[in-house]
Write a protein that binds this ligand. Structure first.
Ligand SMILES: C[S@@+](CC[C@H](N)C(=O)[O-])C[C@H]1O[C@@H](n2cnc3c(N)ncnc32)[C@H](O)[C@@H]1O
Length: 612
């Protein structure tokens, strides 16, 4: 663990101040740590046209409240709205009484729905809202919620605006109003964020797989760190060191001050260090797995993604976050399928054969597995398919079929058979070799997985003598990493098949100091406690809902020296850290790791030590 706080230097602190400013309204976040240069696309040319097309194609979703503005928590949002704080420029914008901009009034009347407009305004007035549906207004974007939508205020009323970035002044049209918040469409960017870039992907507007391509990669990293900070302070009520000691941030200055003591002339702030997000040197083409739904246009096979908000399949040739080889294999499958007249599965009729094409690429060994998910056993012209794929893509070492005849959105069925080649492909994370089968879970960003696990091992602070428990261990990836540095590792996971894989992977690597058990962590770990297992370190990597309360109780009872918490959801991380803090642990450091560039997913790893 890096305890050298004083040595982290001014640069880091000043970037923290900048990042802090993002949520406070300046939105000029920067300073996420790139492990190399910024590969974000160049600045946009015609912003307005781009934005119009973009928002026109992206229906507004219901934003969940849990992460607020990149400022966390429903209660915090409520209280902020309760203050009726008008952080935006809407007050100074050209408004009439209804919150509709003067500039837009003529436009609205063009739409010929004067009576509806009046009705909307009447409803808004009755509810005391400063904006009405279909009204236009100018607002400042003061943050970004966890769906990647800009958050603005119109006279204290919160509006979510897809495509808008923190720090921008924008003209919007109100699409939907609720009592406490509404949704608006971005019409024009009046003042542009320095983080705005032109999304390089030509299908970004339609696809929905990425949400942040219109933001520089540096900006994304800073935003992800800020999401973690906001959750820790607002949900976890934790002291996060956000600024330089001389200039504590307004947000939690009271908390920081409480925890301050003097070291000579200089004040020393004790609290949690949230390090800069560990980003990718090359944040494109990072996914090792493609799962492509198949459809038809004019009887010809297509495959790509579901258009946003529908089950209509849009054909796609290239995905910029997918490994090129995966794109190529899918393209070959489509071409051969078309030439031999294969029909795609139709969800409505339940007819047709090919449902999904799944491709897995082992980055380190180069091996590729192709899985054809079919609605039925027999594949016409299967030999032509195998021959064509092998000829075009010699890196393919495994071709499998998975049969799924159920009317379901679940991709895989129960039966998998090998059509040609090997049953598994092999890949490495660090020095550990993994066998990956058609159904087995494997992290999709292998480069960043190594970064995440490396941080986890660093935080575990192992010397080789420790007993470690790895809760929610999946196929034992973290456990096997830890086993190289510990005396013994116990891994527990609820999915039986994953535990089978974990055992096989331990054998494959001749790792004999790891024990795996299937079952709920909250049941198995108390049982281990009864059996006298006393861990020095407990690692948890729960799903989005966080740790089961019974597991947290057991951790408090077992009193390990350290807890390392790997999290894919900052709000449940913050909630659980609060429980552990109240039970006698101290959170020391948190590092966000960017596992999914250009998406809103925020992964982080935290280390806690037991208070003596
Ligand atoms: C975020 S994944 C972590 C997997 C693994 N640590 C890795 O890095 O690949 C969470 C895992 O927890 C498992 N899980 C969910 N609920 C569980 C429970 N109550 N007890 C044990 N495992 C559980 C899931 O099946 C999943 O494999």
């Amino acid at each position: 663990m890096n305890n050298n706080r004083s040595g982290r230097g001014k640069n880091r602190r000043s970037s923290e101040v900048k990042a802090g400013a993002a949520s406070a309204g300046a939105g000029k976040a920067s300073g996420g740590r790139l492990q190399g240069k910024d590969h974000g696309a160049g600045k946009t040319g015609n912003k307005q046209t781009e934005v119009m097309s973009r928002t026109g194609m992206r229906p507004q979703g219901e934003a969940s409240f849990s992460a607020g503005y990149g400022l966390a928590g429903e209660s915090s949002r409520r209280s902020e709205m309760g203050r009726g704080e008008a952080a935006g420029s809407s007050r100074s914008s050209e408004k009439n009484g209804s919150g509709t901009s003067r500039r837009s009034r003529g436009k609205n009347s063009d739409r010929g729905s004067g009576r509806h407009q009046q009705a909307s305004r009447d409803i808004a007035a009755e509810l005391g809202l400063p904006v009405a549906k279909n009204g236009e207004t100018v607002i400042d974007i003061i943050g970004m919620n966890h769906d990647g939508e800009g958050v603005g205020r119109a006279d204290g009323y919160t509006l979510f605006v897809a495509g808008a970035l923190p720090g921008e002044k924008v003209r919007v049209k109100v699409l939907k109003t609720k009592k406490q918040y509404g949704y608006a469409k971005l019409l024009e960017i009046i003042t542009e964020s320095k983080d705005r870039v032109a999304a390089p992907c030509p299908i970004y507007d339609q696809c929905g797989g990425c949400q942040l391509q219109h933001m520089s990669y540096e900006g994304q990293l800073a935003w992800k760190r800020q999401i973690v900070v906001d959750n820790l302070t607002r949900i976890g009520k934790l002291n996060v060191i956000t600024g330089q000691p001389d200039y504590p941030q307004v947000d939690n200055s009271a908390a920081v001050m409480e925890d301050t003591h003097s070291a000579g002339d200089k004040p020393v702030y004790e609290g949690i260090q949230v390090l800069e997000t560990l980003g990718m040197q090359e944040p494109w083409r990072y996914r090792n797995k493609a799962q492509v739904p198949m459809g038809e246009i004019d009887g010809g096979l297509i495959g790509g993604f579901y258009a946003k908000g529908s089950h209509r399949i849009v054909d796609m040739e290239r995905c910029m976050i997918q490994h090129e080889h995966n794109d190529e294999v899918v393209e070959q499958v489509k071409q051969i399928g078309r030439s031999v007249g294969i029909r795609a599965y139709n969800e409505e009729t339940g007819k047709g054969l090919l449902r999904h094409v799944v491709v897995k690429k082992a980055f380190r060994t180069g091996e590729i597995m192709l899985v054809l998910v079919t609605n039925g056993d027999s594949i016409p012209h299967v030999e032509a398919w195998i021959h064509g794929i092998r000829e075009q893509m010699p890196q393919v070492t495994s071709i499998c079929q998975n049969v799924n005849t159920k009317k379901t959105n679940v991709i895989f069925g129960d039966v998998t058979r090998v059509l040609w080649g090997s049953e598994v492909i092999y890949d490495y994370i660090g020095d550990i070799k993994f066998a990956i089968s058609a159904r087995s879970f494997y992290q999709v960003n292998p480069v960043q997985t190594e970064v995440l696990y490396g941080k986890t091992v660093e935080y575990a602070g192992l010397t080789g003598k420790e007993t470690v428990i790895d809760a929610y261990c999946g196929i034992g990836t973290i456990s096997l990493f830890l086993a190289q540095h510990a005396e013994h590792v116990y891994g527990v996971e609820i999915v039986k098949e994953a535990i089978e894989d974990a055992k096989k992977n331990a054998d494959l690597n001749e790792i004999t100091n790891a024990t795996f058990e299937a079952g709920p962590s909250e049941d198995v770990i108390p049982k281990w406690k009864e059996q006298g297992i006393t861990p020095d370190v407990i690692v948890v990597d729960p799903p989005r809902k966080g740790c089961d309360p019974r597991l947290l109780d057991t951790i408090l009872e077992m009193r390990p020296e350290r807890v390392v918490y790997v999290s894919c959801n900052p709000s449940t991380l913050a909630r659980d850290l609060r429980v552990l803090e109240d039970g006698g642990f101290k959170t020391v450091e948190v590092t966000p790791v960017d596992m999914f560039p250009h998406t809103v997913h925020v992964e982080s790893v935290a280390v806690l030590v037991r208070k003596h």
